[in-house]
Design a protein around this ligand. Structure first.
Ligand code: HEM
Length: 252
């Protein structure tokens, strides 16, 4: 990925400029070389604008988009503003990136460590007496519910306790390898976890539950795949971090 920044200075009325970019945006939106884009206006100096476009690579931008079918339409819209460009360059993203605390994590929204401990404690009570998956867990480590709570807390944005205290992803993976989990067992695992979530009062708003269920669906499918004979999953990886996805927390 490469990020192109185009800085404009538009003296006087900027309405026509923004309208032109509203029309030009459709050509960017259709470009397979374009990951995303955004036009921002300077708060302190309203004649200054920055257009940010993330391209799949500089070559894809310069050789793909610029020589492709979409470029003439795009250029026709923005041509009157070429003279107003003050900078137009590609930048390589560095590893310095992250998110702030403006949006609560799923971990915070759920109620923190205690909420996940209550969840897994109720879940494994149900698991142990279940006819489909009970036998798989008959000899489980007594700390298992707590360890899975630590894993889930870390995945959903809580402290990295599973990584720091329990061996992280490699340990969790090792616990599933060779277990030959079946689809009916996976389904029952999901179903009992969702029942436990209701019983312990995990937030039931659509946004939280959609994100929660999304991870559980993904995680159980990976656990099943990794548990099959001959599976060769990566042995080293970070604990995944799961966010809100397309539906942010409703705080209205
Ligand atoms: C999102 C899905 C899943 C998560 C997050 C998860 C999490 C974990 C974790 C963290 C451990 C290791 C605990 C430790 O540190 O000792 C573990 C072990 C285990 N998991 Fe999973 N798991 C998932 C899905 C499944 C499924 C679908 C099954 C089977 C139906 C399963 C069966 C087991 C078993 C049998 C163990 C070993 C328990 C023991 O004997 O101590 N897991 N799981």
């Amino acid at each position: 990925m490469t990020v192109e920044y185009i800085r404009y200075r538009i003296p006087g009325d900027t309405t026509a400029f923004e309208d032109a970019y509203r029309r030009a945006a459709r050509f960017l939106a259709e470009a397979p070389q374009c990951a995303d884009f955004e036009l921002s206006r300077c708060t302190e100096e309203p004649s200054a604008y920055i257009l940010r476009i993330t391209w799949t690579s500089p070559e894809d931008h310069l050789k793909g988009f610029r020589t492709g079918d979409l470029f003439p339409g795009f250029l026709a819209e923005i041509r009157p503003y070429i003279e107003a460009i003050e900078e137009m360059r590609h930048y390589e993203p560095t590893t310095v990136r992250g998110t702030g605390r403006a949006t609560p994590s799923l971990y915070e929204w759920a109620g923190g460590a205690e909420a996940f401990e209550n969840l897994t404690s109720r879940f494994y009570e149900k698991v142990l007496v279940d006819d489909v998956i009970g036998p798989l867990f008959a000899h489980m480590d007594p700390g298992h519910p707590r360890y899975v709570a630590m894993w889930l807390s870390e995945v959903f944005g809580g402290p990295s306790r599973y990584t720091d205290e329990r061996g992280g992803y490699p340990h969790m993976l090792g616990q599933h390898l060779g277990r030959s989990i079946t689809e009916p067992q996976r389904r029952r695992w999901v179903s009992l976890l969702m029942d436990a979530a209701d019983e312990v009062g995990l937030p039931d708003d659509p946004e939280f539950r959609a994100a929660f269920a999304g991870y559980i669906e993904w995680g159980t499918r990976l656990a099943l795949a990794n548990s099959q004979p001959g599976a060769t999953p990566p042995h080293q990886a970070p604990v995944p971090h799961w966010g809100w996805g397309v539906a942010p927390p409703y705080q209205g």
